[in-house]
Design a protein around this ligand. Structure first.
Ligand code: DC
Length: 643
């Protein structure tokens, strides 16, 4: 499983140019394909969902040309797809599946429409029922009411009247409306029940209007597409930035100081999710807006909880759920039943993952309540849902965390985590690596105290693993066995002591026997993997000093300062000898020297994370330095690095 580990964040500030809106991109592509004439589409979103639509259009014989960058040319087919017989795979792209179902059902060909397993669990009955009322021939290939579907040519009835449910997903109404001009006759659509996510219907109507089709609207109950309506290319069309994607960056600004400015959507947007900014303002954030930009800044006295009906911002409302972790009080998001039929059951997924971080969560059929708490590190699952991954990145303001399968953001925002990194600042890390007994532990601990940072003695984790394995009777060479011990290590670090399974370990991990054991278990890749996140979880505000062998190379490759601290083997053996004698222990200098050299050899020759000086690490040879001199040198470097 791929993952991304986020250190705790300190602040957020900057400007983000947003990728194109997913909703508008896929609507524009389909309407351009159904139009008479060629359309140049600019600022199209490059993502999984738009790729599914582009691929489908190509399969259907539509002329699709990439003009470079985010620009595409679509050669419209005037509502008659050249390919009359095709099988389409649409992944998990609801914004491709629903409208294509409607358009293809009314376009007189034989088509099979399929998706990933989750797509086959997302209901489509209301749309199919609507199409059948017009005479369309649609068959469910597996389960009644769900994709995959088989569409056949059919006689479309005259003077149609369609009743469609509006309370499960607005995408059904969108799909129907966009396909109706293909019938070449007047059709009235009546919505049964409360229409949800109305702003998405606004996007549909506005986009249809850009392609020359005016839908007559009677409140939110009746929509009429008149006979003779035809899509005509607008020539060139620009896709707005994605307002749902904007929500993450606005929230970053609201939580992390800001201002964070997003460009590509603003006051003049046709996307309902721009109203996320109002919700954020209700939480106390300072929002500014221009025609095509918005910015958010944290309030002086912190964010406050809200109790909100989120029906009008179903996608962006997810961002409120993780923003709530930083707001005083209990936030309640209501009227969000549609979350349950999205990429995953988003209410359930949100509740499970928020609880992993320590938040108190209550969920109901159509609501979620979140009460913040001191957050703890956790590995967050994302359920193949781009929004889960993006929402949970905000939680990094409260704790270091791991996000599993982060590439799922490709559905709408492939380079999300790069943009995220560009506007956020995380807790600084000073990585000090070096061989055994080089004095790096003492230096690292003193630097941490001087800066008020946390100190991570990563070697202690390997020593504790060796000790725990020995206590459990697991052989140090048993990779799987020791890795399991490392993964479940019950250890507590405090100012002056380390506890293993509740008991103070003291010097038991510092013996020569445990030094050898640690060196052996540290060479096992599975053990290193098991300890990776545990080490990164120390990356907390205000900062961290970590010492070990691979702090700068593997655990904290983005460290603000990397130091390779070493001394001659003879000097190190002598220091260790003095330490042991001072403790009243017996010691033999030649043996210690031999032992050190063997350990150096094992630590630097092993295949995983070997001890070596990174190209960007500063060398500090302490053979002739006192501890104070070494500490001062690291403090001077860190001052330079942290400026
Ligand atoms: O720093 P130390 O002597 O306490 O480390 C004990 C052992 O753990 C040492 O043999 C190397 C290994 N180690 C490692 O492989 N990677 C680290 N980051 C820290 C220690």
């Amino acid at each position: 499983m791929e993952f991304i580990d986020l250190p705790q964040l300190i602040s957020a500030e900057g400007t983000v140019r947003l990728p194109g809106s997913k909703s508008i991109s896929n609507r524009v592509l389909l309407l351009a394909a159904l139009s008479d004439g060629e359309t140049e589409v600019r600022d199209l979103l490059a993502s999984d969902d738009t790729e599914r639509m582009l691929d489908a259009l190509k399969v259907l014989g539509v002329g699709v040309t990439h003009l470079g960058g985010e620009s595409w040319q679509i050669k419209g087919c005037g509502g008659r797809f050249p390919t009359k017989n095709a099988e389409l795979f649409l992944g998990n792209a609801g914004t491709a599946f629903r409208p294509l179902t409607a358009a293809l059902a009314l376009s007189g060909g034989d088509y099979v429409l399929k998706g990933v397993a989750r797509m086959h669990e997302r209901p489509i009955r209301d749309l199919v029922d609507g199409l059948r009322q017009l005479g369309a021939d649609v068959t469910y290939l597996e389960n009644e009411g769900y994709p995959p579907l088989y569409l056949k040519p059919a006689n479309i009835l005259q003077n149609g009247m369609v009743k469609v449910r509006g309370d499960v997903s607005s995408q059904f109404l969108t799909g129907l409306l966009m396909a109706l001009p293909l019938t070449r006759q007047t059709v009235v659509v009546e919505v049964i029940g409360e229409l949800i996510s109305k702003p998405y219907i606004e996007i549909t109507l506005a986009t249809m209007a850009r392609f020359g089709v005016q839908v007559q609207r009677d409140g939110w109950q009746r929509f009429t597409v008149a006979a003779g309506s035809r899509y005509v290319s607008p020539g060139t069309i620009y896709v707005e930035g994605d307002a749902s994607s904007a929500s993450y960056f606005l929230a970053l600004g609201a939580i992390g100081g800001g201002p964070v400015r997003v460009e590509g959507v603003g006051r003049d947007s046709i996307q309902g999710d721009v109203r996320f900014a109002e919700a954020l303002a209700e939480m106390g954030a300072e929002i500014e807006m221009g025609p095509n930009w918005m910015s958010a800044q944290a309030p002086q006295n912190g964010l406050v909880a809200v109790d909100l009906d989120c029906n009008h911002i179903p996608d962006a409302a997810m961002t409120l759920a993780t923003t709530a972790l930083f707001a005083k009080g209990t936030t309640t998001l209501r009227n969000i039943a549609s979350w349950r039929v999205k990429e995953t059951d988003r209410i359930a997924a949100m509740a499970i993952e928020l609880r992993k971080l320590g938040a108190v969560v209550e969920e109901g059929l159509d609501f979620i309540c979140i009460t913040p708490a001191a957050l703890k590190p956790a590995a967050i699952d994302t359920y193949d849902d781009h929004r889960m991954a993006m929402c949970f990145s905000l939680a990094a303001f409260g704790t270091p965390l791991r996000i599993n399968d982060p590439k799922c953001v490709a559905k709408t925002f492939p380079d999300y985590f790069d943009r995220f990194a560009a506007v956020t600042k995380s807790a600084p890390v000073i990585a000090i690596d070096g061989p055994s007994a080089s004095g790096k532990g003492t230096v690292a601990a003193r630097v941490a105290t001087a800066l008020g940072y946390t100190y991570l003695d990563s070697g202690a984790l390997y020593r504790l693993t060796a000790l725990a394995a020995q206590e459990a009777g697991v052989d140090w060479g048993d990779e799987a066995g020791v890795a399991a011990i490392a993964a479940g290590l019950d250890v507590e670090f405090s100012e002056c002591e380390i506890r293993l399974n509740g008991a103070v370990v003291g010097d038991t991990i510092r013996t020569e026997e445990m030094s050898a054991g640690a060196s052996i278990v540290a060479a096992l890749p599975a053990v290193r993997d098991a300890l990776l996140f545990r080490q990164r979880a120390f990356g907390k505000v205000p900062g961290l000093v970590g010492d070990g062998r691979d702090m700068g190379s593997v655990v904290f490759p983005g460290a603000a300062l990397k130091v390779f601290l070493t001394a001659s083997a003879e000097a190190r053996a002598e220091r260790r000898y003095k330490q042991l004698i001072e403790k009243g222990l017996s010691a033999n200098l030649p043996d210690l020297l031999l032992d050190l050299k063997q350990r150096d050899e094992r630590d630097s020759q092993r295949s995983v994370a070997p001890l070596r000086q990174e190209a960007d690490a500063k060398l500090l040879d302490t053979t002739r330095l006192t501890i104070e001199q070494a500490v001062n040198q690291v403090l001077v470097w860190s001052k330079e690095a942290l400026q």
